[in-house]
Design a protein around this ligand. Structure first.
Ligand code: PEP
Length: 251
């Protein structure tokens, strides 16, 4: 059996100013004075703080990631940030296809795949988000919806590079609700099977599949122990160092 080192990524979303780096200082303190973390730790702050997080996090092993990137390397795209710019700022990861981007900016699977390709081209590891709505789950379509997103959002380049999948049921994000452990296990097994089908057993069994959606200090230990859950993508609970550290320590 392949062992996959778990990864816990914090998505600060549109939260955080320079003062928020105090939480990073606190997290670094907890990580370096407590028991050594068994997980790779990533913080994805707003683009304005990526360089600061990358610089400040380095000494405690905290890595920085972007929350999105443009598919092009540069050009006339006012307000956008490219994968190269994130890499230049010190990021090593970038979230692509988060459901809030898909909903707020009309991002399709094709956009997400192009962004993931751009990320790989810039030397970043894309965290590719997929997940169903509540109506889709109620209609028994969760696995087929996620399978279609995976097929269209993951670039072929994932066969030779590292990509990370984040399963985030949309109805669980920011709501305090989570699927049952059995439902998480079933979805992650389905994702694993599709990765193996597409990229072969050797590669498909090494790619991380994160769970995201109301992952909290209270439920982290249970959820992170579910088979094929190789870490988590954490929104709200990543904003406070103490909570995020408790989740990291639950691995
Ligand atoms: C997210 O937005 O990626 C997320 C998982 O949010 P939360 O943990 O707040 O549900």
């Amino acid at each position: 059996m392949t062992t996959i080192s778990p990864l816990i990524a914090g998505n600060w979303k549109m939260n955080g100013v320079s003062q928020s780096l105090d939480e990073l200082t606190e997290l670094a303190h907890l990580l370096t004075t407590g028991e050594a973390p068994r997980a790779v730790v990533v913080i994805c702050p707003p683009a304005t703080l990526v360089a600061a997080v990358a610089a400040q996090g380095a000494s405690s092993g905290i890595m920085a990631g972007g929350q999105d990137c443009h598919a092009n390397a540069s050009g006339a795209h006012t307000g956008d940030v490219s994968a190269y710019m994130l890499a230049d700022a010190g990021a090593q990861f970038v979230i692509v296809g988060h459901s809030e981007r898909r909903a707020d900016h009309g991002e399709t699977d094709d956009h997400v795949r192009a962004k993931a390709e751009a990320a790989i081209g810039a030397g970043l590891k894309p965290i590719i988000c997929v997940g169903e709505t509540e109506a889709q789950r109620d209609a028994g379509e969760a696995e087929s919806v996620v399978a279609a997103q995976l097929a269209a959002s993951i670039p072929d380049a994932a066969g030779q590079h590292e990509v990370i999948i984040a399963y985030e049921p949309i109805w669980a994000i920011g709501t305090g609700r989570t699927p049952s452990n059995d439902d998480i296990a079933q979805m992650h097994a389905s994702i694993r099977a599709r990765l193996v089908d597409r990229f072969g057993a050797e590669k498909g069994n090494t790619l991380r599949i994160l769970y995201g959606g109301s992952l909290k200090p209270q439920n982290a230990r249970e959820i992170l122990a579910v088979e094929n859950v190789n870490g988590g993508l954490v929104g709200g609970a990543s904003l406070l160092a103490k909570d995020f550290y408790t989740i990291i320590s639950a691995v």
